[in-house]
Every structure is written in C-alpha cells, then in structure tokens.
Ligand binder design. Structure first.
Ligand SMILES: Cc1cc2nc3c(=O)[nH]c(=O)nc-3n(C[C@H](O)[C@H](O)[C@H](O)COP(=O)(O)OP(=O)(O)OC[C@H]3O[C@@H](n4cnc5c(N)ncnc54)[C@H](O)[C@@H]3O)c2cc1C
Length: 298
C-alpha cells in the first residue's frame, strides 16, 4: 500500500481548514486495510470519512490518516436490509431507501458524510441514530482482526457509541423493511425541506458544533443564543444567525478562529448559565489545553 507524504487535510474536510498529516493511505479493500494497520505496528492512526464532522487544527495532526475507498463504497439492497460499506456516502444510503420505498431513513435525510463516520458518531436526529438501524457491523481492530458488532454490543447513545476509538468500521447491514413508497417519499421531502430551511448548507460547516446538553436551557443553539454568541465572528469564522449551533467558514477561516468562537461560547455558557457544553464535532491535532478549553477529551 502506497503512502502519500505531507497531505493537507483542509481539502478533505467540509470546514476546509487546518494543516496536514505526515502520511495518508487510501486502502480500498479489507485486505489492503489489514496490510496498512498491521504495517503500522501499533502506531496510533486516524480514519477520515467525509470530513463532515471533523475540525483539523492549523498545525495539522501528528498521526497517519487512513481514508477508505474502493470496495468500501458499496451498497446493496435485499428484501429487508441494506448492506453498505463504510465509505458509502450517507446520502447514497438515504436515497436508496427513499427510491426503493424502504422504511427508517428519514432521520438521516440531508446529513453529509459516510456510513463509517455515521457509525462512529451514531449520526441522526435527537431521537434516532444510525445504530437504531444496525443489524450487524464489521470493524477492524488495530491488530488487523475483523470483528462483528451488534447494536447491543455497541451501546449506542446520543451522538456516541461504546466501540473502541481504535476500531475501523468496514460496513454493515441496516434494517430497511419495505413500506408505503408515497408516504416515505413525502416524509423524506419534508425532512429535507425543514433541514435546509433551518440549517446552513450553502457555506462550509460541520453541522451542529455542540451536543444538546439537556437541562433547563433547552437545545445547544438556544444556549449559544442566550449567552449572546449568535452571529459572533472571529476572522472568517461565524456563528450563523440562522442556526446558532452552526459555525461556518466564510472563506479563509483558520481552525484557531473556529476554536476561538468555541472557547468563548463555552466560557460564557458555563459562567452565565452553569452549563458545560460538550463538542459534537471531532477535534484533531489540538493541544490538551485547547481540547480542555472546549470540553473535549484531552
Ligand atoms: C450541513 C450539515 C448537516 C449535518 N446534519 C447532521 C445531523 O442532522 N445529524 C448528525 O448526526 N450529524 C449531522 N452532521 C454532521 C455529520 O454529517 C455527521 O457526523 C456524519 O456522520 C459525519 O460523517 P463523516 O464521514 O463525514 O465523518 P468524519 O468527519 O470524516 O469523521 C467523524 C468521526 O468518525 C470517525 N470515522 C470516520 N470513518 C470511520 C470509520 N470507517 N471507522 C471508524 N471511525 C470512522 C472519524 O475518525 C471521526 O472521529 C451535519 C453536518 C453538516 C455539514
């Protein structure tokens, strides 16, 4: 497997900011992935999907990065299920369900990224995550072993799972029973309309910056608004007026701009409301102090 050296990550993430990785590989089959992870001999690495939930620091990352492609981008429908590889775009999965009149994928409408990223994030709505549809998933351990994971074993929760961070998802089978095609199409259309109207699709972002914390102050966007950060700007990064949980890159923003907005929002939420916000987005390559300042695990 060929490694590319000093690869900038900005162009591989939706926010389009951040530095490089010292090396990047693109395994296109389970056997080439096994060769890569075994060749790393225990060195920590990172996996990037569509980059729709990842903020890379301006300094870049120290670890090698893997991007799955080739055989990992596949989708098959059977009578009651869809099987998808980890590199399959989430919209391809959702569109297949909509076109074939399959139940259960309205909640993922207009969510960008890949199936692998959606499994790691348990992506979805406030009530439903992708793991609610999992029949089984396969993952590769850093030792190169392939393991099967059921939803019960993954212990899914709101925007997270209990599967070790070092495991690479390869793909899986997702429940997709047939339903009423007309009703399903309408439900998808309505969900997409609401998302596009209330969220921001025309500028680079990672979607919701913070997880909804629960508690008396409502959703994360309401907290951001309450502490006066809606519309706040730093460099070319802005907390959008339309959705106060979205930070967008107006063009030329740095990761430091985005982090600065996050630090200020979190400080105010804690000092003014006693709320500890936790990032929904994944932060790569930041120092332990920077991670602590936004409530991410150092
Ligand atoms: C406009 C917009 C709207 C959005 N709406 C929603 C929404 O409604 N609901 C929601 O949940 N999210 C939403 N998001 C966030 C994002 O789309 C999801 O988190 C999505 O699942 C990210 O997938 P990705 O492949 O881009 O992940 P990446 O950003 O590439 O990676 C995210 C994490 O997953 C890990 N990962 C990626 N692939 C694998 C793999 N194969 N194996 C193991 N780990 C892997 C990465 O290491 C990283 O930790 C939105 C984003 C945008 C920009």
């Amino acid at each position: 497997m060929r490694w590319e050296a000093d690869v900038p990550l900005a162009g591989l993430t939706r926010l389009a900011v951040g530095g490089a990785t010292p090396r990047l590989a693109r395994p296109d089959s389970p056997s080439s992935l096994r060769e890569v992870v075994r060749g790393l001999e225990g060195i920590a690495f990172r996996v990037l999907g569509g980059g729709a939930n990842t903020l890379v620091s301006d300094a870049g990352v120290g670890e090698p990065v893997l991007i799955l492609e080739g055989e990992f981008d596949r989708l098959e429908l059977s009578e009651e299920e869809m099987q998808a590889g980890a590199a399959t775009p989430i919209p391809a999965l959702v569109n297949a369900a909509r076109h074939a009149g399959r139940e259960g994928y309205v909640f993922l409408e207009a969510v960008p990224g890949t199936v692998g990223g959606a499994l790691r994030m348990n992506a979805g709505s406030a009530e439903t995550g992708l793991w609610d549809r999992v029949v089984w998933v396969t993952a590769m351990t850093p030792e190169g072993e392939t393991v099967r994971v059921t939803s019960e074993e993954a212990r899914p929760r709101y925007r997270g799972i209990g599967v070790p961070e070092e495991w690479v998802f390869l793909g899986g089978a997702f429940a997709a029973p047939p339903g009423d095609p007309g009703r399903i199409k309408d439900a998808h259309r309505e969900r997409r309309r609401t998302k596009v109207e209330t969220q921001v699709y025309e500028l680079p972002s990672c979607g919701s910056t913070w997880k909804n914390p629960g508690g008396p102050y409502g959703a994360a966007w309401e907290i951001v608004e309450r502490v006066g950060m809606r519309g706040a700007r730093r460099g070319s990064a802005v907390i959008t007026e339309r959705h106060a949980n979205f930070i967008v890159n107006l063009g030329g923003a740095t990761a430091a701009d985005i982090l600065g907005l996050m630090v200020e929002t979190r400080r105010r939420a804690y000092e003014e409301l006693g709320v500890s916000l936790e990032p929904e987005i994944r932060l790569w390559g930041f120092t332990d102090d920077e991670l602590r300042a936004v409530g991410a695990k150092a």
